[in-house]
Design a protein around this ligand. Structure first.
Ligand code: NAG
Ligand code: NAG
Ligand code: NAG
Ligand code: NAG
Ligand code: NAG
Ligand code: NAG
Ligand code: NAG
Ligand code: NAG
Ligand code: NAG
Length: 567
């Protein structure tokens, strides 16, 4: 036994220090709370939707007072969709798992996105995303690699069996928000797309691990959609659809909404997706895609590298796309552009709305075990222009396609590319461009914040003068054996505990015991018949400590009258 008497103010802060984690974020928060403060139950069975809503409703009040963070401690936290607020951080402890509810009642229905016109699975609309927010400023979803499990299998079945009434939910989605960070999380088995920043600006996505079965439907990893100034880095996606899909709305709805995705940086990114692209541009690109910079990209067993997907009716543009330093292994296509993707929201699209695809630059690429070097298919009377490919070495699989470079309706140049490109990409002694400047999102400074899984103070507003009173504590008639620390008594000099009484206590010490046996700070006490001798802060008095002589009503056997039992 460690300690018999323990009255100790510093104990709480010792625990706090041990459980605290530091993390990097665009902003730290002044106020902090733990999900369990709001009735959260981490048993994997109890719904925490209400606890999340209550927590965020409460903490959103601090938006203009230094912001707040909500910590999800270790446990399995079943939940439906909930909304975040501004100047807010959701932090998932490494052993915390958010389990997405499979009960449709836990997912509010939303109308389709304005830039899409219709829901993608079902035209009627869509289910709210698991973690959602709209019109927010400064919102962070992070952790030390905590997990969000979409439990997607039931949704995938409903999709395959055409039993969906609305479009499947995504895991994390923000609309019309500025200063968004999503980092240090593991996302698994999303019902559909994983991370979907839409109509957002200044978005930082880092250190995500996103995993879904490679045959799961539409489990795209990260889909920046009609968003500006986005940085995606140091992430790994295994998925049943595109690892990253850059989007900006669908046909006539996207053209009308007119919001591009632009100033996008993707770097140090790894993808495995046997039936889809490492980075897709489109197919929904009707608000335009411009200024994408991708570098240090790795793909394994993936269908294609960077793929442009578009169609007649999409309108808008994909331009100023720069890719360098890709390493590709076991690919169907190293390069793929598709001008006939089709897939329209409805028949209302404008057949004269031709997309403009130009200024596409690829360089410094090594691809191994490739079936088809390039399939570059523009649109008749709407060629894809300004394509530049330089310093590319492609080695082929044992059974390669006979026509390695299949180019239609495209124009451009190439340099130092093997195998030799098509005639539409004549050899020029050039190096394809990559921008030299930096985007503002690359210079965002992160701060070191801290998160603790134990509730301490609800916020910084607690009264430091609100001291607790510890008094009239009586211990008597105890025999204790093999004790390491006999007594550790004290709350701090500001707050002495008084009126402690110790009588007839016999302790035998462990072989290795603390010295002094009694460690008394800031107490005032009396003792009698204590072995070993108590501390000097305890005046020796020959008295017995009191124990009440009277009986409480509950001990008297009186009949209990319950108010509700009365008829
Ligand atoms: C989240 O916000 C949206 C848009 O304001 C609202 O329609 C929805 O009901 C909110 N969801 C929850 C779970 O509060
Ligand atoms: C986030 O991930 C990076 C890379 O693994 C790591 O260096 C950093 O410490 C992580 N942050 C937290 C809070 O775990
Ligand atoms: C995060 O967890 C995932 C899944 O367990 C793991 O694959 C990944 O390596 C972890 N990342 C870090 C930085 O620890
Ligand atoms: C492609 O191979 C050539 C010749 O071996 C080499 O000089 C060049 O650096 C290689 N390119 C890349 C991107 O590795
Ligand atoms: C090469 O690619 C084929 C599929 O085209 C695959 O079956 C084979 O395992 C790959 N070989 C290596 C060495 O990765
Ligand atoms: C070349 O590409 C066009 C357009 O994608 C396709 O229709 C045609 O079948 C391809 N030809 C070969 C030989 O692969
Ligand atoms: C002291 O405490 C022991 C253990 O509870 C008890 O047996 C003994 O009677 C007590 N002695 C006195 C003098 O109260
Ligand atoms: C006494 O406590 C120590 C740990 O402090 C333990 O290792 C030892 O087995 C105990 N001895 C007896 C006799 O219970
Ligand atoms: C006595 O307790 C105080 C307060 O907990 C602690 O700071 C101190 O290190 C202890 N002294 C010994 C000798 O254990």
């Amino acid at each position: 036994m460690i300690s018999i008497f323990l009255i100790l103010g510093s104990l709480v802060s010792t625990l706090l220090a041990g459980a605290s984690t530091e993390y990097q974020a665009i902003n730290c928060r002044k106020h902090s709370a733990v999900l369990t403060d709001f009735g959260g139950v981490g048993d994997g069975k109890t719904s925490n939707t209400k606890a999340f809503k209550a927590a965020i409703a409460e903490l959103s009040q601090y938006a203009s007072d230094g912001g707040a963070q909500l910590i999800v401690p270790p446990g399995k936290w079943l939940t439906g969709s909930f909304n975040l607020s501004s100047h807010f951080t959701l932090f998932l402890h490494k052993d915390a798992v958010l389990l997405a509810s499979q009960d449709e009642a836990e997912w509010p229905a939303f109308p389709p996105l304005p830039s899409y016109g219709v829901g993608r699975d079902e035209h009627a609309g869509r289910f709210s995303s698991l973690i959602f927010g709209t019109h927010l400023t400064d919102v962070v979803v992070t952790g030390n690699n905590g997990t969000i499990d979409g439990q997607g299998a039931v949704w995938w079945d409903k999709f395959h069996q055409k039993k969906l009434k609305l479009t499947r939910p995504y895991l994390i989605e923000f609309l019309y928000s500025d200063q968004v960070q999503i980092s240090n999380l593991t996302l698994i088995n999303s019902p559909s797309w994983n991370v979907h920043p839409t109509y957002c600006s200044n978005v930082l996505i880092q250190w995500l691990t996103i995993l879904a079965p490679v045959d799961s439907p539409n489990t795209d990893g990260i889909n920046p959609d009609s968003s500006s100034n986005v940085r995606i880095e140091d992430s790994f996606v295994v998925s049943g659809d595109d690892c990253i899909a850059v989007k900006s709305g669908w046909d006539e709805y996207g053209i009308k909404f007119g919001r591009p995705t632009q100033h996008l940086v993707i770097r140090r990114f790894t993808c495995i997706s046997p039936d889809s692209a490492t980075i897709a541009l489109g197919s929904e690109m009707s608000g335009g895609i411009q200024d994408v910079r991708a570098e240090d990209i790795t793909a394994l067993s993936t269908q294609s590298g960077v793929r442009i997907k578009t169609a007649v009716g999409r309108g808008a543009y994909v331009k100023d796309i720069f890719v360098r330093r890709m390493t590709l292994k076991t690919m169907k296509y190293a390069f793929w552009m598709t001008g006939s993707y089709g897939s329209h929201p409805d028949t209302g699209y404008d057949p004269k709305a031709l997309p403009e695809i130009k200024g596409i630059s690829y360089k410094d690429i090594v691809a191994e075990n490739v079936t088809y070097s390039a399939r570059l298919e523009g649109i008749e009377n709407d060629p894809f222009t300004g394509i530049c490919i330089s310093n590319v070495n492609i080695s082929l699989t044992l059974k390669p396609k006979e026509l390695q470079w299949n180019c239609t309706d495209i124009q451009g140049v190439s340099s130092k590319v093997t195998p030799q490109p098509c005639a539409a990409l004549p050899e020029k002694s050039i190096e394809c461009p990559f921008p030299e400047d930096r985007l503002p999102i690359e210079d965002v400074k992160l701060q070191t914040c801290s998160a603790s899984s134990y509730a301490s103070h609800a916020d910084e507003g607690y009264d430091a003068k609100a001291l607790l009173e510890i008094t009239r504590i009586n211990y008597k008639d105890e025999v204790d054996e093999n004790i390491t620390i006999q007594g550790k008594l004290g709350l701090g000099e500001e707050n002495p505990s008084i009126g402690i009484c110790i009588y007839n206590i016999t302790m035998s010490l462990a072989k290795k015991h603390n010295e002094p046996a009694w460690n008394c700070t800031d107490i005032s006490a009396v003792s009698s018949n204590a072995t070993p001798k108590s501390c000097s802060a305890m005046a020796k008095k020959s008295m017995e400590c009191p124990f009440p002589e009277d009986k409480l009503p509950i001990e008297k056997g009186s009949k209990l009258v319950l108010p509700l039992a009365r008829s």
